[in-house]
Design a protein around this ligand. Sequence first.
Ligand SMILES: [Zn+2]
Length: 237
Amino acid sequence: MPKLSRQRRDGRKTDASSNADGVQVLSQPALRPDRETAPKKSKRRPAPEDGAALQALVRKMLVQLGENPDREGLLRTPHRVAASLEFLTAGYQTDPTTVLNQALFHECYDEMVIVKDIDFYSLCEHHLLPFYGKCHVAYIPDGSVVGLSKIPRIVDIYARRLQVQERMTTQIARTLMEVLKPAGVAVVTEARHLCMMMRGIQKQNTVVTNSALLGIFHEDRACREEFMQLIGHRQMG
Ligand SMILES: [Zn+2]
């Protein structure tokens, strides 16, 4: 479950959690807000009868892998894989801007709002293998707040697509920035990539960290550091 904490900007309360032990953290500099990563409109999926087309492709793939798709254990595999892939990429079907707009409230609250430890599961677009981890989101409202359950929902919408972690992180931040128009948004993702763990360099314990810092989180070092401290992250530049 994501943990929520609201933090006074004078930093009186601290609620920093410790990072996972023994993980190597690869930091990346803050993404600039002008980067070309604006969220795209969701695409419509092909007609439902194409589920059969996807199943046929999975069956062909099994043959190409040297398997017999007619043996008992694999008989329903094309059906299961097609259904599973449709679920794991369901984020294309939902427009995150619409989801946020349905839960916006006007509120004179200008302290940092943090939702941390949001679990996410995504598929890397290079290998179609999972990457998964935690996402931490903060924003400082400037007139509008959003229903808190919507923030994990936005993370899911972007995670359930073919992704690279950097783009997913930035899309979450930019969508919140564009719809809420807050003073700033900060998003940090920490993920393990099965394409690194199961194949290739086989770095089993590497955690890749990305951040997107917009508005005041980009401009104000103290604000950024307060966020990093609250999510229990080591300081980044
Ligand atoms: Zn990959």
